[in-house]
Design a protein around this ligand. Structure first.
Ligand SMILES: Cc1cc2nc3c(=O)[nH]c(=O)nc-3n(C[C@H](O)[C@H](O)[C@H](O)COP(=O)(O)O)c2cc1C
Ligand code: SF4
Length: 603
């Protein structure tokens, strides 16, 4: 499976050289070095630490942080089943079991001969064509029993991935509704030319007039962010495109990167022109690594066309280029300050703010971090003007929004709507029926019940980064919330105690309820945890973690209450069962050797 020469030492030297032995490139070096043997053996980490003059513990700390970096041997074929709730609804667990049975391995383990390991990973951004998996970083969707049988056979035969049927790796865009952005047919460079013609200040003024707000979730005014970075002291200034897209249920950035990469890169250049930035990064989530070669090709084409590099479009002093950095399976790295830490080659721990990235971001430089869709949208503003952009959508939410629609509907995929579209209209368009609930904005978003389907997608009503997961009447909303809670507990970076402990406690409560040991008191404790996480978490991951539970508890309470064995106190574990071993040892199994049940005591 190695992508490198047979001499690991030489392969590592080449990697180190390619990255200029630069410690800020540590994560990129580790990702590349892992390709040598499929994992990161201890001596390799020691060599990397030596070559970068970094403490060994720092290198190990980074390697241990990212779930796609392995410090223990894994299979030469690394199979990761996507485990979003939508994959579960499509039967991913059954398929995982089937593959493991065929390969004679335990889920979560590596086969004794080191051939294959099979486990799960968080959402891979393929919810419109799940169940999905990654095999050695390459995405395969539309899994079914036939495909799983074939994959098991290919692995057994040790067939290289390049020789697997090409249709396995075909990822569809599934664009179902186009509006201003997805309907735009723009020659590369046209938006940049229009912005350059207005001058830097004129262009920023146009952005201000547009009222564009960030599409990454928080809805911050893009022009304000750009102006702050422009006015902040320090050079070079930096533009970062946040393509981490880790929110479960979101996949619109995948489609923009796959088929509209020119708009995204042009948006980065437009930001650079306004801010006076010369350095650009696209932070690409590890799950989308398969997109990298085509993205590099687009960048090369843009360099050749004079749209990147020195004196862009003949403007002296307009120098800007873009580097692609890979993430490695950490949801928290989508948070902008964690992303910057990751770009600097560190663990993705969110920073204490202020200072904000616009004044002190990447290596202390003024840094703009924008979502993929936000940047692509700026092309529309450069071409059509700020006022025209502001005239669409609603008063507080200008323009259109891309939605990633998945779950119980006939036509999952990408839908672009002007802001203000009601939920009911979207459900009708995508062929959803008997809809019980919609989770808008991913795991950290909001769960809407039927009586709320008149509400509208807009920052002032139902804000969203783009995920729209549909659950029909057959689904159990408790299971949905529990899956999201597990996700947060898994993805908590562990930096602050309220989130590290709180997400784990919340997971414990949900598991206790699922196991039938829950009591009314647990629901009160969940409320208490919600307040703790909301008030004391260091970043948005921790404060959003209880959202799915609180929403579903409020709107679908029977899903919880039918799991309560008692409305009063119930122990966290079955004490009588725990005494079974003692009974066995003493040879006593009569009535007196058992604890009385709750009902017996009542009699
Ligand atoms: C835990 C967490 C994960 C996030 N993940 C993403 C992400 O994957 N993509 C994204 O654009 N923004 C994400 N954000 C929001 C970013 O911190 C930031 O607000 C955004 O990239 C700014 O871009 P915008 O102004 O264009 O929306 C995340 C925030 C948090 C707290
Ligand atoms: S809230 Fe959670 S994810 Fe955010 S810094 Fe604290 S531990 Fe890390």
């Amino acid at each position: 499976m190695s992508a490198h020469s047979s001499d690991p030492s030489q392969a590592l030297d080449t990697i180190l050289q390619r990255h200029g032995r630069d410690p800020t490139r540590l994560l990129q070096i580790l990702i590349a070095a892992q390709d040598i043997e499929g994992w990161l053996p201890a001596p390799l980490l020691t060599r990397i630490a030596g070559a970068l003059a970094l403490p060994r513990a720092r290198v190990e700390g980074v390697a241990g942080f990212y779930s796609f970096l392995y410090t223990q041997p894994v299979g030469r074929y690394r199979v990761l089943f996507s485990d979003n709730i939508t994959d579960r609804m499509l039967g991913n667990a059954e398929l995982l079991d089937a593959l493991c049975r065929k390969l004679w391995i335990e889920p979560g383990h590596t086969s004794e001969d080191g051939l294959v390991s099979v486990t799960t990973t968080s959402c891979t951004g393929l919810c419109d064509q799940g169940p999905a998996m990654l095999v050695n970083g390459r995405a395969i969707g539309q899994l079914g029993h036939r495909r799983i049988n074939e994959i098991a056979e290919l692995i057994r035969q040790q067939r290289p991935l390049d020789l697997w049927p090409a249709e396995y790796f075909q990822i569809d865009d599934n664009i179902r509704r186009r509006d201003a952005l997805l309907g735009l047919d723009m020659p590369a460079g046209a938006a940049l030319q229009a912005a350059v013609a207005r001058g830097r200040d004129g262009w920023l003024a146009e952005m201000q007039a547009s009222n564009l707000r960030g599409r990454g979730g928080a809805g911050f005014a893009t022009a304000v962010k750009w102006a702050s970075a422009k006015n902040a002291p320090g050079t070079p200034k930096v533009i970062v495109c946040n393509a981490d897209e880790g929110e479960p249920g979101t996949f619109k950035d995948r489609v923009l990167l796959n088929s509209f990469a020119d708009l995204v890169f042009e948006g980065m250049s437009l930001a650079a022109w306004a801010v006076g930035a010369s350095q650009g990064f696209l932070y690409l989530r590890g799950e989308y690594r398969y997109l990298r070669p085509q993205l590099e090709a687009v960048l090369a084409r843009r360099r050749a066309a004079g749209l990147l590099g020195q004196s862009i479009l003949g403007q002296a002093g307009f120098d800007f280029d873009i580097d692609i950095h890979l993430g490695a399976g950490a949801y928290v790295c989508g948070e902008e300050s964690a992303l910057i830490e990751s770009l600097e080659g560190k663990r993705g721990t969110p920073r204490i703010r202020p200072p904000f990235p616009v004044t002190k971001g990447y290596l202390g430089r003024p840094t703009v971090v924008n979502n993929v869709e936000t940047l692509a949208k700026t092309c529309l503003i450069a071409l059509g003007g700020g006022e025209a952009f502001a005239a669409t959508g609603t008063a507080q939410s200008a323009g259109t929004k891309l939605l990633s629609i998945s779950g119980d509907c006939a036509s999952p995929g990408i839908y672009e709507y002007p802001f203000g579209v009601p939920i009911s209209r979207i459900l009708e368009d995508c062929g959803a029926s008997d809809t019980q609930a919609v989770q808008v904005g991913g795991a950290s978003g909001i769960c809407l019940a039927g009586y709320e389907f008149h509400r509208r997608i807009a920052y002032e009503d139902v804000p969203t980064a783009g995920a729209f997961m549909i659950f029909d009447g057959t689904r159990d909303l408790f299971d949905v919330a529990r899956a999201f809670v597990h996700f947060f507990a898994h993805e908590s970076c562990g930096f602050c105690t309220p989130c590290r402990v709180g997400t784990s406690l919340l997971k414990g409560f949900m598991d206790k309820l699922a196991d039938g040991h829950g009591a009314q008191a647990d629901l009160a404790d969940i409320d208490w945890l919600d307040r703790l996480l909301k008030n004391a978490s260091h970043c948005g991951l921790g404060s959003a973690a209880p959202n799915p539970v609180i929403d579903t508890l409020q709107k679908f309470r029977p899903a919880y209450e039918r799991r309560l064995v008692s409305l009063d106190f119930e122990p966290a574990f079955d004490l009588d069962a725990a005494l079974a071993e003692a009974r066995q040892l003493t040879g006593r199994d009569d009535g007196g050797a058992h604890l009385k049940t709750h009902e017996e005591e009542e009699k």
